[in-house]
Design a protein around this ligand. Sequence first.
Ligand code: FAD
Length: 361
Amino acid sequence: MKNRCDVLVVGAGPAGSTAARYAAEAGLDVLLIDKRKEVGLPVCCGEFNASTAVLAEALPGAPGFDDLFPIDPSVVRREIRGAVAVSPKGREYEFDLPGYTLDRDALDRSLADAAVRAGAVLALETTFLSLDGRLVRTRRGDVESRVVVAADGPLSPVCRSAGMERNAVLAPAITCRVDGEFGDRLRFYFGNSVAPGGYAWVFPKEGCANVGLGVQDRQTPLPVLLRAFLERMGLAGGRDAMAGFVPVSGPIPETVRGNVVAVGDAAGHVVASNGGGIATAMICGRLAGLAVARHLLNGEPLDAYEREWRSALGRELEAAAKTKRMADRFLGSDFLVERTMGMLGGGGIRNLIVFGGLSGR
Ligand SMILES: Cc1cc2nc3c(=O)[nH]c(=O)nc-3n(C[C@H](O)[C@H](O)[C@H](O)COP(=O)(O)OP(=O)(O)OC[C@H]3O[C@@H](n4cnc5c(N)ncnc54)[C@H](O)[C@@H]3O)c2cc1C
């Protein structure tokens, strides 16, 4: 592995691969490392992405859509028309939500391939250990890098090592795969017997569904909740179960410190009201790659990145985190959830989940 580069990107998820691609396209010497043996595996994701039109409506100030979306069509597994939110008592609220489910490992591979095609060097099974200025320690040796991109997910060892504040609230979530045909609507299930303080989901794919749930805390182990949900739904199997965390407290206070920039889950770039972070990781990854290039090639201060992503989608991410905090107050009570869903109806539920309470612009 090379021991010197312009930019070391830690994490070959959507954020890191996109940042690596844009920095490499600008002509920088980029090393993209990941601790995994294979990019994108194991999958720990609901695998849904909203359509470009919905993303553009939800994040009207975000740049780069023409470049980033639509994603590689070969990774799409089913077109999605809409969604159904199911209340604790089983009342159903339908709303429009065009988008698609995808094979998340294939998406991650296609984004990493694009970075490599642009000239980045990808090193797998290379775990980041620590950082001291330009010197980065990995399990496969030391690397000297002018800039380090922390794209290493919600727990971000890079942010910790750089002394940056990390995600304050991490919601535990679990997902698995169930065979069968499930139509073309996402289904969200609310209620404390299903997913305390969160929701369970069934997201249709081709010949199977991604089934999972996210909760507020870990009082009951996630695999127990998932098994109970599968039984309740009459779903057999449940292959490839995998648990992880979703950052739901909004962006971290500072995403640039010294020569380190944080992006994607590491930076809290997630729409906290629904837990979606693929598209925002890509949008902010592009901004990070471009800002790092301008910094190293033209001497622009690195913290231009912080200003750019905040003005592009900071308001929406903060609003979604606020909505999530508000929702946390009633999600603990099935009675309140039932009443609130009844009051909101399908359109109101869509506004809160998809747009973090900011729709209608
Ligand atoms: C159960 C679940 C379901 C979800 N469902 C959806 C969904 O349906 N739609 C959606 O849009 N979002 C969803 N999300 C959120 C989405 O997965 C994330 O927001 C997205 O993956 C963020 O991309 P990222 O590149 O920032 O981080 P990641 O995809 O987490 O990538 C981080 C990378 O860093 C690597 N890494 C970590 N530590 C180190 C280290 N020390 N050294 C080297 N490499 C390291 C990891 O191996 C990983 O490859 C879900 C999350 C979970 C947990």
